[in-house]
Design a protein around this ligand. Structure first.
Ligand SMILES: Cc1cc2nc3c(=O)[nH]c(=O)nc-3n(C[C@H](O)[C@H](O)[C@H](O)COP(=O)(O)O)c2cc1C
Length: 208
């Protein structure tokens, strides 16, 4: 059964990124009723701390050394999480902007899955090579201010370029971004931004 992995990255009950994801998935399910939607809620689901055996395993790989038993066990936790991504035919990431970047839970997930020999490899003559196949990926990014141009009042959106680069590094380049913002402040601009984003998401779901 084809699979869409949904990474839900907001802890808020009235999350705008989650509301955008609901609109997208409602339309996606209509055109692809046979698809499995694998929801990973980064505020509820287990992510291993990046220390101890998992950290040692990363450095063992980087240094070309074999794993100890503890490192193999530590690395297996990262492998299980990365497997959910590698098995997905489509990826949906619904996330807030936090302090111009991504929430630390999404960074934590990326730190866990971006591993040598798992999602990338290094070749002395060719450099860094991705190990995942490319797949359509949609990022819904909700921000208190309007960052549609990439900037707001001299402040830069670093979530978009960071996610683009981190995912490209492991092989995922086919990424679309749908910003939702402003989500704070006067009601009318919020309503217009939400409506525009939801309309775009409904349209995108038909061909995703
Ligand atoms: C810790 C934190 C940091 C935030 N940083 C920013 C920011 O840098 N830029 C911005 O426009 N909004 C910022 N916001 C506002 C959120 O981006 C906004 O509320 C957005 O709607 C959150 O997404 P959600 O509704 O899906 O939870 C921040 C909110 C929090 C809680």
């Amino acid at each position: 059964m084809p699979k869409l992995l949904h990474l839900a990255c907001s802890p808020r009950a009235d999350s705008e990124s989650a509301a955008g994801a609901r609109v997208f998935l409602e339309h996606f399910r209509k055109v692809r009723p046979d698809w499995d939607i694998d929801l990973m809620d980064l505020w509820r689901d287990y992510l291993p701390e990046f220390s101890g055996a998992l950290l040692d395993a990363k450095y063992a790989r980087l240094n070309g050394q074999s794993f100890t038993d503890a490192e193999r066990d530590g690395f297996a936790a990262a492998e299980r999480i990365a497997l959910r991504l590698s098995l997905a035919d489509r990826v949906l990431i619904s996330t807030p902007m936090w302090n111009f970047g991504i929430p630390y839970k999404l960074k934590h997930w990326l730190d866990v899955i971006i591993q040598p020999g798992l999602t990338f490899r290094f070749d002395p003559s060719q450099g860094y090579l991705p190990l995942l196949k490319d797949r359509p990926t949609l990022v819904i990014l909700a921000s208190g201010s309007d960052f549609v141009t990439g900037m707001n009042r001299g402040r830069i959106d670093m979530a978009t370029p960071y996610l683009r680069e981190a995912l490209r590094f492991i092989g995922i380049s086919n990424i679309s971004f749908v910003p939702i913002g402003p989500t704070t402040g006067p009601a009318e601009p919020i309503r217009i931004a939400r409506e525009n984003a939801h309309r775009r998401l409904a349209e995108m779901a038909a061909n995703f």
